[in-house]
Design a protein. Sequence first.
Length: 198
Amino acid sequence: MKPSRTSRSQRAVSTTEPHRRDGDRRTPSIGTLLRGHRLARRRQARRESDVSGYYVDWYAPHTLYLAVSVLLLSCADAMMTLRLLEHGASELNAIMRVLIETDVQLFAAFKMALTGAGLLFLLIHHRFRVFRRFRVEQLLRWIALLYLVLIAYELTLLKSPGVPPLAVFVVAMGIITMGVSIALAGVGALRESPARRH
């Protein structure tokens, strides 16, 4: 007797189900981040197991603006740190202090590379949760706010005559970029709320 089509289909499903039940099979990479705006196939969670975190192919504009804001504020912090050192301050971070004493350009390059790599990692994992409590995207917001507090403290130490004009411009751009991120996030929330009601 020939096996029925039903039994064949059942075996086919049974052989493919274990693979479908596996976790997220996506491998995050820089290429995924760069191609996401053109080949955005996944924007939200698809499985119940994705609640703890998942990768996406598309990154919301407000998240990208937030990452740019953190990078700009980090640049401003580096410039004001160097100006404070010129006025007799000391660097508390031992690694950064060694880099500054070795070469200022090396310090700046290392700080920007470290910040950029950290932001890229957080951006790729922005839909995951930290300690299963809050999303990585919220962590980005807190980092941006911490930079603002730090820069405000540095401004009080430098006073207005000693603040580098370029640092002021970069801080202003960082704040504007953060404002754009907040506005876009608000618009996105307003668009999603009617969809959730239906």
